[in-house]
Design a protein around this ligand. Structure first.
Ligand code: DX5
Ligand code: ZN
Length: 228
């Protein structure tokens, strides 16, 4: 499998046809499905919950029947009860914002014990300091390159420096931890984001805003395969 993962965010899909949209983007070459959960409290927007995840689970599979990982990005406060509901609903990875949890270590352990991989998400103005204490416990670091809450925003350039810092921390840990970036990823900046150290790319509007999802995903893979 490619070391790079492309995770289309269904936040920008047609909500009236979500199952079909998931099937189409999987067919177009998506590695994961990114599922943005917003609660109108931690972020000023409201999307979908565990029942929608459960309904989409059978649509996120390859033609051979193997499941396509559902990458749940929780923008909710508090974290634990919904995280557990998403684990039940068929999520594979669950990421949360540390500032939304009263007990970050407990939330991490709860997600792992529910059988999911776990990630921590960092907003544009937030430091990575919490990783000093929990990097050995997590599977994924998600760097926000926009302020969470909406699709279609512009990439915040300062995120590149944070991606570099996160990559250094992963190297120092010696662990296999994915480094995901979310917000404003397009065909024309994905290579630069990879150069900074990211290996997993969320893209919402860049993919669902175009008629041919496969063409966008292929163009992203070609950019990733190209020399800088
Ligand atoms: C923002 C979400 C993102 C969003 C990305 O809060 O976490 O996943 O869907 O959308 P684009 O790719 O359009 O910036
Ligand atoms: Zn997201």
């Amino acid at each position: 499998m490619s070391p790079y993962v492309i995770a289309p965010s269904i936040l920008s899909a047609d909500f009236a046809r979500l199952g079909e949209e998931v099937r189409q983007v999987v067919q177009a070459g998506a590695d994961w499905i990114h599922f943005d959960v917003m609660d109108n409290h931690y972020v000023p927007n409201l999307t979908f919950g565990p029942m929608v995840c459960q309904a989409l689970r059978p649509h996120a599979q390859r033609p051979d029947g193997s499941p396509v990982p559902i990458d749940v990005h929780l923008m909710v406060q508090p974290v634990d009860a919904l995280a557990s509901a998403f684990a039940q609903a068929g999520a594979n990875l669950i990421s949360f914002h540390p500032d939304a949890s009263g007990h970050v270590h407990r939330s991490i352990q709860a997600i792992k014990s529910a059988g999911c991989q776990v990630g921590l998400v960092f907003n544009p103005a937030e430091p990575l300091d919490v990783l000093d204490w929990v990097v050995d416990d997590i599977d994924l670091i998600l760097i926000m390159s926009v302020n969470p809450g909406f699709g279609g925003q512009s990439f915040i350039e300062g995120a590149l420096r944070k991606i570099e810092a996160a990559r250094k921390r992963i190297q120092a840990s010696g662990k296999h931890i994915r480094l995901e970036v979310d917000g404003g990823i397009k065909t024309d900046n994905i290579r630069q984001v990879a150069n900074a150290g990211a290996d997993t790319f969320v893209a919402g509007s860049a993919i669902f805003g175009q008629p041919d999802y496969a063409a966008v995903i292929q163009a992203m893979r070609a950019a990733l395969a190209s020399q800088e």
